[in-house]
Design a protein around this ligand. Structure first.
Ligand code: CO
Length: 211
């Protein structure tokens, strides 16, 4: 229980210090949130969205899951996406993976994690298969994982563009811009690797008409 006591004590001192530094901080934030960014990141505890981007409470709307996946049957993610795009009018969506991702490494193994986790990691195995020709040339396991981390981010950004939520927003609001980033645990640097802007080409079979 020590850790629980510790983080509650941390919270007390943070709240006091924040109110001291900026007396309006909590009253202003309690009224409204107007974030311009939706962050879809990995659940990994070493990749905190606000810390690594130097942003404050109120600036980023966040969804995190194992290996930052965008799955078109994930009601949780789709609810966050729908709310962020329609109600919050966010301008940018960032899918941020990270080198050395345990979820991606697990998907590259043959380990049986049993039903639920197998089901989740299966999505990453499917990404591997899309790029098998390139990935099977890489012998070093860490390098292979890191390249799949990058390709996984690319595919998840494309998944966003395949949703009617994004296609409707692109058509009527010319937002949001989609960004694929990879964070390096070793030096804390974010590497932007892929972008899709409103009007970008989407595989024709996924384009909805009358939207
Ligand atoms: Co991860």
């Amino acid at each position: 229980m020590e850790v629980i006591k510790k983080i509650l004590a941390n919270n007390q001192s943070w709240a006091q210090q924040t109110a001291k530094d900026d007396p309006d901080f909590f009253t202003a934030l309690a009224k409204v949130q107007t974030p311009e960014i939706l962050w879809i990141g990995c659940s990994d505890s070493r990749v905190p969205a606000d810390r690594i981007t130097g942003t404050q409470p109120g600036e980023i709307f966040v969804h995190r899951n194992i290996a930052n996946l965008v799955i078109h049957t994930d009601v949780n993610l789709l609810s966050v996406l729908d709310y962020a795009v329609k109600q919050l009018n966010i301008k940018h969506i960032i899918v941020c993976g990270h080198y050395g991702c345990g979820g991606v490494a697990a998907a590259l193994s043959n380990h049986n994690f049993d039903l639920v986790l197998n089901m989740w990691l299966r999505q990453i195995k499917d990404v591997y298969m899309l790029y098998e020709d390139e990935l099977k040339q890489i012998e070093d396991e860490h390098k292979k994982t890191d390249r799949l981390v990058e390709l996984n981010v690319v595919e998840q950004v494309k998944h966003l563009a395949k949703t009617s939520i994004i296609q409707r927003a692109w058509k009527h609001k010319q937002t949001p811009h989609l960004h694929g980033w990879v964070y390096s645990l070793k030096d804390g640097i974010i590497h932007p690797i892929f972008e899709m802007h409103p009007g970008a080409e989407i595989d024709p079979l996924y384009v909805y008409d009358d939207i």
